[in-house]
Design a protein around this ligand. Structure first.
Ligand code: ADP
Ligand code: MG
Length: 455
């Protein structure tokens, strides 16, 4: 094995000092193949297999496994094969004499190759991104490499490019100056206007505005900028309505945001994780969140704020308490509209279930709630807040098997927010009381709310 320094020295000798690879091999006492490898990559690539590992027993049966996995793609979810089923079929139907692990490893790798993930990349209007790219240009008959500064408005795909001899800070700054100057020219408003009108689904204005603008410009006026401004206002308004609609539909118990949340009051809470979650990428990835902790530590506040952040990004949200949800499900079952409610709960992008475990659930209630988790599994994100820790959930659901299955669904891709600490309100009222006269003997303090009540 060669150290990274040897790689660097050989590459400097060949690329910067301009020596041949043959000389490099001689000077460093290496074989020509080794020098060629060092010129290919800047760091030792580690051990690289030249051939895939041999699988003497499984090899001939790989086409059988591939055929099973292929037919699974169209089979109903419950009828698809687990790795264990495939192993049993290979053993019973094809006389496979190998072990389960080789089958499991192959199936896992084949499935992960088959499942491509797509994450939508969303850019708000007005956001730009820049980067350098390279191109080969022929200027005055001379072939040369140029570095291209690219400035792009991803939402509308309008872009500006300028080529430089090198990727320097000066080029980076000059590129920005030129891009903003370009934004002031008449061309950009027309590009943006076209994209916005398409997004707003206003095809008639899109078709006609150039004609109308041409007439206006004959009269010496440029109305495209005014029209762009109007269309931008329409876009902003529509986005605001959409967010308001999402917030109304979510049925939050209160509107709370992270602006009013004091992270220093709850040191057990992982603030960077919460702020990362507030970007809502976990909703796209369909991860779940559980906030665990005693009463009054801000669990509801945090999940209301996460719900609000999701609405602001245009995601559908439903907020409910566990008891309220069970009640709704039972009512829907009695009125024979359970399937519709279940479909609605399964479709929402983020379901927030507050206060799981405050009240023990009946057998039917627990089963209905389990069904909700089960139907949402890998289809949408669920946030749960709970007072009792996981190991006490069995008494909430009254059934160990059901609790196990539920935890299995929920803990798949899970973020846990530890929120154990002193009740926020209690701490606040204690601080207040230090300034105010003490309560009389006839008054008592509610330990949860911190409120002073006469006895
Ligand atoms: P929990 O759901 O954990 O019982 P809540 O979220 O209902 O607690 O919090 C109780 C009250 O205290 C709410 O009004 C909430 O806004 C407030 N609160 C709790 N923790 C904080 C905090 N760290 N910063 C600001 N307000 C808080
Ligand atoms: Mg709460």
């Amino acid at each position: 094995m060669f150290a990274v320094e040897t790689y660097a020295a050989v590459r400097r000798f060949a690329f910067i000092e301009g020596n041949s690879r043959r000389d490099a091999a001689r000077v460093f006492g290496l074989s020509r193949d080794t020098v060629a490898k060092m010129c290919r990559s800047s760091a030792p690539p580690g051990y690289v297999r030249t051939k895939p590992p041999g699988r003497p027993k499984l090899g001939p049966l790989i086409p059988v496994i591939d055929a099973i996995l292929e037919s699974d793609k169209t089979a109903p979810v419950k009828q698809r094969h687990t790795a264990k089923c495939i192993f049993e079929r290979l053993r019973d139907e094809h006389g496979f004499a190998g072990g389960y692990t080789v089958v499991k490893d192959y199936v896992r790798r084949a499935r992960s190759h088959a499942q491509e993930m797509f994450l939508p990349l969303v850019h708000p209007p007005g956001h730009a991104q820049v980067d350098f790219g390279e191109c080969i240009a022929v200027i005055g008959g001379v072939r040369m490499k140029l570095h291209v500064f690219c400035f792009d408005l991803p939402q509308s795909d309008a872009c500006f490019i300028k080529a430089y001899a090198a990727e320097t800070t000066e080029a980076f700054l000059d590129g920005h100056v030129s891009a903003f100057a370009f934004a002031e020219t008449p061309a950009l408003p027309r590009v943006l206007l076209g994209h916005h009108l398409r997004q707003l689904k206003l095809p008639t204005i899109l078709r006609e505005y150039k004609k109308v603008a041409a007439e206006a410009s004959r009269e010496g006026a440029d109305h495209v900028r005014d029209l762009l401004r109007l269309v931008e206002l329409e876009l902003i308004d529509r986005q605001r309505w959409m967010v308001e609609r999402r917030i109304r539909a979510a049925r939050f118990s209160a509107i709370k945001s992270f602006d009013t949340f004091d992270f220093t009051a709850i040191p057990s809470l992982n603030k960077p994780l919460v702020l990362e979650l507030a970007r809502c990428e976990y909703v796209v990835a369909r991860d779940n969140i559980i906030a665990l902790g005693n009463r009054g530590t801000g669990k509801t506040h945090v999940c209301l704020a996460l719900g609000l952040a999701a609405c602001q990004r245009g995601l559908s949200v439903t907020f409910t308490t566990a008891a309220g949800l069970v009640h709704q499900l039972m009512e829907a079952r009695d009125e024979k509209r359970l399937l519709r409610l279940q479909a609605q709960l399964a479709a929402v992008k983020l379901l927030i279930i507050d206060e799981l475990g405050y009240v023990p659930l009946s057998q039917t209630g627990a089963e209905l709630l389990f069904e909700v988790f089960s139907q949402r599994h890998e289809r949408g994100s669920t946030i749960v807040t709970s007072n009792p820790p996981f190991d006490e959930w069995t008494s909430v659901f009254g059934n160990q098997r059901l609790t196990g299955a539920l935890l299995d669904r929920l803990t798949h891709h899970l973020h846990i927010l530890e929120m154990n600490g002193e009740s926020y309100r209690l701490k606040q009222s204690r601080a207040r009381r230090r300034k105010e006269p003490q309560p009389t003997a006839e008054q008592t303090i509610d330990p949860d709310t911190g409120e002073i009540a006469p006895t």
